[in-house]
Ligand binder design. Structure first.
Ligand code: ARG
Length: 464
């Protein structure tokens, strides 16, 4: 016989194989849903009582009993049982042990199938708020750096080759925009998380006169799910969240990669605080950028969870299948690593030291103002393609003579075009180059400062 406390033991004649019992159990990981399971149960019992399915006395006893269980868990006094399989049956068994027959009434009009889907939605809604706040903190750290370095000139790259001068503040604001979209994506995803599965029961709905709108209202969900089969079986909201998480991690990994490059001796644009680096056991000079490297690495693991979840769902017939129990570990791991990465990244940026001299020196290499010279010739009436060719020849001379364009004497420049006159030199300076890109979205320091002001307003307009 199965142990009598297994709620489903009635139709079984033989006990569960001990290994199977451990193999099918999820309590080791789904116990972290306890708070949401209790929250959902309290809402369910409250609704049942309002509909006359439970008495008010039963409801009060259940609510008090569940609250006591939550307190025991939080005090570390709750004993989780593997034979009781999952968080739902552990909590229900504890309620029955406490209240007797009244505890047995909680599961009226409900199944673990709509229960678990509800728990995960409640959990994810809370975690999305925390993650969005974490993104916001990182965005604020970015704005601080951007403000400090709004006029610091660095080389902008394409193909990791020097392209045009930009300001470091402008580069920081590119990161800000990436994260802004991530925060929006999560808010959008949350709209589809806040939908109530309860009432779907096992798969077809329930014979009791329930009020699903009321339960949804009690839980602060937007509305009940339209279709019971869909409500208990789909995990697309988890996949969607993980996709948004994967994109966010892709962004963090790009930022991490830049910090790793910039903090190398070859670049020297920034210095990471010692608190975020480690040394080498053999090379005494080393200061390794472990934190950004680890964040870059964690992106891979979260992409893996996205693939895993898609594959988990693929080919499952309606409605609930035990396969779905496998959704939790990748989801929890995604949430944990995302929160950790955001936290550490914000702190890393908060302690970031920049070296504008090194940035400027690097921008002087690689003919970063070549486009400015071409634009100058266009302003003098030369078609852009011809201007491009002329500047190409000037660059070739600069390479031969190991001189930047601004260092070539006027007579030499005039050999390529008589349109070039003394007024070319301000155009060829780094500050002149960035200041000239003076329109919305451009790299001019005045534009960067305006973008930072708007960014602060956008953050304030969209509370988490
Ligand atoms: N532990 C299960 C899960 O995570 C709960 C739902 C179980 N339902 C069932 N019919 N076996 O999906």
């Amino acid at each position: 016989m199965n142990s009598p406390d297994k709620p489903w033991a009635g139709r079984f004649n033989e006990p569960t194989d001990a290994f199977v019992e451990a193999f099918t159990a999820s309590v080791d990981f789904d116990r972290r849903l306890y708070r949401y399971d209790i929250q959902g149960s309290i809402a369910h019992a409250t609704m049942l009582a309002r509909q006359g399915i439970l008495t008010a006395a039963d409801r009060d006893a259940i609510v008090a009993g569940l609250t006591r269980i939550r307190e025991r868990i939080e005090a570390g006094e709750f004993e989780w049982s593997i034979p009781l399989e999952d968080v739902h049956m552990n909590l229900e068994a504890a309620l029955v042990a406490d209240l007797g027959d009244t505890g047995k009434k909680l599961h009226t009009g409900r199944s673990r199938n709509d229960q678990v889907a509800t728990d995960v939605r409640l959990y994810l809604r809370a975690e999305i708020a925390t993650i969005r706040a974490g993104i916001e903190r990182l965005q604020s750290a970015i704005l601080e750096v951007a403000e400090r370095e709004a006029a610091s000139v660095m080389p902008g790259f394409t193909h990791l080759q020097v392209a045009q001068p930009i300001t470091f503040g402008h580069h920081m604001m590119a990161w800000f925009e990436m994260l802004q979209r991530d925060r929006e994506r999560l808010a959008d995803c949350r709209r589809r998380v806040e939908i109530l599965p309860l009432g779907a029961a096992a798969l077809a709905g329930t014979t009791y006169p329930i009020d699903r709108h009321y339960t949804a209202e009690l839980l602060g969900f937007a509305r009940p799910a339209e279709n019971s089969l869909d409500a208990v079986s789909d995990r697309d909201f988890i996949i969607e969240f993980t996709a948004a998480a994967a994109i966010l991690m892709m962004h963090l990994s790009r930022c991490a990669e830049e910090l790793i490059l910039w903090s190398s001796a070859q670049f020297g644009f920034v210095e990471l605080s010692d608190a975020f680096c480690t040394g080498s056991s053999i090379m005494p000079q080393k200061k390794n950028p472990d934190v950004p490297e680890l964040v870059r690495g964690k992106a891979g693991r979260i992409f893996g969870h996205l693939m895993g979840l898609l594959t988990l769902m693929k080919g499952q017939p309606l409605a609930y299948n035990k396969d779905n129990q496998e959704d939790k570990e990748p989801l929890f791991d995604t949430v944990d690593n995302l929160k950790g990465s955001l936290k550490v990244f914000a702190e890393l940026l908060g302690a970031l030291k920049c070296n504008p001299q090194r940035m400027r020196a690097a921008a002087r290499q690689g003919f970063a103002t070549a486009t400015d010279l071409a634009d100058y010739l266009v302003r003098k009436g030369i078609p852009f393609r011809d201007a491009h060719e002329i500047v190409g020849q000037a660059v070739a001379l600069g390479i031969r003579e190991k001189k930047d364009l601004s260092e070539l004497p006027l007579e030499k420049l005039r050999r390529f075009s008589p349109e070039i006159t003394e007024d070319v030199f301000p155009v060829l300076t780094l500050d002149g180059s960035v200041a000239a890109r003076d329109h919305l979205g451009g790299t001019a320091p005045t534009q960067v400062r305006a973008a930072i002001r708007r960014a602060r307003e956008r953050l304030a307009d969209d509370p988490t």
